[in-house]
Design a protein around this ligand. Structure first.
Ligand SMILES: C=C(O[C@@H]1C=C(C(=O)O)C=C[C@H]1O)C(=O)O
Length: 287
């Protein structure tokens, strides 16, 4: 039979409705395992349900298998909302964010990575965010990884067993022109069930600035992310492969003649995962 353009459109719409229904049913099925997840996590001690290493792994797998014309930004954004909202329904949490470097990028980042169901609470300054996380049951804090909040050596607030720690770096999948590409750290109260991560973050305290320190840190495969004067010296925020350990950094500093450096853990995150431009381009919408 001859098909009018209208017939064809309604057929295509039937097809879309069938796919939408299947997707929605699958999402509802995903929700049905939440009760069991809550039980397992309660047995592990409860608290924050966010598992950054698992999420990093899931996001990498997602971008690696993605094909077709749907832009990667959209697929990643959809999954961030699914995962963050499922984490929220396991144990409610808010995201406290430092907007002192500008609200727009920070809000875009928090909404992209955590969606709109998770409450967004703006604060002015990294220290205010860390204090809000400290006071909460299991909330997360989001800070610019490069600092810039005028809080000085804010990471000193993360030193000590009871202090909150950095547990993730976002975006999990880095690429040029990421729509929410502001590099941020996620801060949470310390939790035993968060296993070791690929990259360790250290606070390095020096009695005074030493020109030998940057080379020594580089020799330990470390990267200085931020530095600020502090009372009685100088503090650095350093990222290094976890395998190097605090001892490895202390050793390199001592070998370079930097004596009395104190190296203390302030958290860690999954290895950074960068997509090259060529691969990102595959998914770019055609003009
Ligand atoms: C489901 C879990 O809890 C959280 C939610 C996840 C999800 O919805 O896929 C993944 C990791 C966790 O942050 C889990 O730990 O596996």
């Amino acid at each position: 039979m001859f098909k009018t353009p209208t017939d064809t459109l309604s057929e295509l719409r039937c097809e879309i409705d069938r796919i939408d229904l299947a997707m929605h049913k699958l999402l509802m099925q995903r929700g049905e395992i939440i009760d069991r997840l809550i039980e397992v996590k309660r047995a592990q001690g409860g608290g924050c349900a966010f598992r950054p290493d698992r999420e990093a792994q899931m996001m990498r797998a997602l971008v690696e298998r993605h094909q077709g014309l749907l832009p990667l930004d959209a697929v990643e954004g959809i999954w961030r909302i699914i995962v963050s909202t499922f984490t929220y329904v396991q144990a409610h949490y808010s995201v406290h964010a430092d907007d002192s470097g500008g609200d727009a990028q920070m809000r875009d980042s928090a909404r992209f990575h955590f969606g709109f169901t998770v409450p967004y609470v703006p604060h002015h300054g990294a220290v205010a965010v860390i204090e809000a996380v400290e006071r909460s049951g299991g909330d997360l804090g989001v800070l610019r990884s490069a600092g810039g909040s005028g809080d000085g050596a804010w990471w000193l607030r993360l030193v000590g067993d009871a202090a909150p720690k950095i547990i993730a770096r976002l975006p999990f999948v880095e690429r040029p022109d990421h729509p929410a590409g502001l590099p941020v750290f996620v801060v949470a109260k310390p939790a035993a069930e968060l296993g070791p991560q690929d990259i360790a973050l250290h606070s390095v305290s020096l009695a005074q600035w030493s020109h030998a320190a940057p080379a020594a840190i580089a020799a330990a495969q470390g990267e200085i992310l931020a530095s600020a004067p502090k009372s009685g010296g100088y503090a650095l925020l350093v990222a290094a492969p976890a395998a190097i350990g605090e001892g490895g950094l202390v050793r390199e500093l001592a070998n370079a003649g930097v004596v009395g450096a104190r190296v203390e853990s302030v958290g860690g995150h999954a290895a950074r995962f960068e997509m090259n431009e060529a691969r990102a381009g595959v998914f770019a919408p055609k003009s």
